[in-house]
Design a protein around this ligand. Structure first.
Ligand code: ATP
Length: 283
């Protein structure tokens, strides 16, 4: 696996328009009287790294849950890999991988056993199953830890294993909900390298949420900023920064401009508490 180093400004590389792999029109989710996601219309090209940013409670996880068929859509429509998310959930599920915010690997099993369970769930035929599992372990750099219990893995290793599980069936699009929250800077960099590598090696489209704006700036081709259930702006990080009246604008400035909020990890109690909870589980 090629190791990527340094800052990668993906938004600056010229790119041909590619087919859309994901499109939403008026996507809406209500919880009783609360409209958590309101009239969301976005599109994502094949092979893009797309970042959904927003303060706590903006509706990011709810969007991911609707797109991954885990939560019914209240109104509007989403199409993924050519399939309607509401009417054709099974082909949608085959086309996607999903790593939720909460820990999803089983600590009482080895890395190999975790992969084996999901390989069976995904219906990977017994004949090529072990080969696929070891391919994944090697790709994730976890081959030496294959037979160790996951509860003894570091946080970064667990995240890599979870990503490995989510790509066992070679999905076209991978959803990552806050993939680096709770990780130390080195593990965070490793996870990002892995995500980019998946994109480069297999053309996997990445749809993620993150609180780390600097990372979103470096790694995402395009971002959408959400606030109170609505998208307030979408664009490449470069274009969004250029739209402000400040030649030195950062994505943080863009974020503050559109939301009036500060989005840095751990700035408020909820962020800190969640980061610590996740870190405890991962650590
Ligand atoms: N199952 C639920 N029932 C009721 N309200 C919910 C439910 N899930 C989410 N909400 C509410 O919907 C809103 C959006 O929540 P969501 O988790 O999507 O936000 P988020 O942007 O992902 O936040 P965070 O960054 O904290 O994860 C919040 O007000 C939340 O309390």
């Amino acid at each position: 696996m090629t190791i990527l180093t340094g800052k990668i400004n993906r938004s600056q590389s010229p790119s041909e328009p590619k087919p859309l792999i994901l499109e939403t029109q008026g996507l809406t989710r209500r919880f009783g009287k609360l409209t958590a996601v309101n009239n969301l219309s976005i599109s994502v090209e094949q092979g893009e790294v797309f970042g959904l940013l927003g303060p706590n409670g903006a509706g990011k996880s709810t969007v991911l849950k609707m797109l991954t068929t885990l939560l019914p859509i209240s109104a509007g429509k989403a199409t993924l890999a050519g399939y309607d998310v509401t009417r054709q959930p099974n082909p949608v599920r085959r086309a996607i991988g999903y790593v939720p915010q909460a820990l999803s690997a089983d600590g009482s099993l080895t890395g190999y056993e975790n992969l084996l369970i999901f390989a069976k769930l995904y219906g990977i035929p017994a004949k090529g199953r072990d080969r696929r599992i070891y391919e994944i372990l090697e790709y994730m750099g976890l081959q030496d830890a294959a037979k160790r219990l996951v509860r003894n893995y570091s946080g970064g290793m667990i995240r890599k294993l979870e990503i490995g599980i989510s790509v066992l069936h070679q999905p076209q699009i991978l959803f990552l909900d806050e993939p680096t929250v709770g990780l130390d800077p080195i593990a965070r960099t490793q996870v990002w390298q892995l995500v980019l590598q998946l994109c480069a090696d297999y053309g996997t489209t990445i749809f993620l949420t993150t609180h780390f704006l600097e990372e979103a700036d470096s790694l995402c081709n395009r971002v959408a900023i959400m606030q109170q259930g609505e998208v307030v702006t979408t664009g490449t990080p470069t274009d969004l920064k250029a739209s402000l009246d400040n030649p030195n604008a950062t994505l943080d400035d863009v974020f503050i401009h559109y939301t009036g909020d500060q989005l840095t990890s751990g700035v408020n109690y909820r962020d800190t508490a969640r980061t610590r909870r996740t870190a405890q589980r991962l650590g």
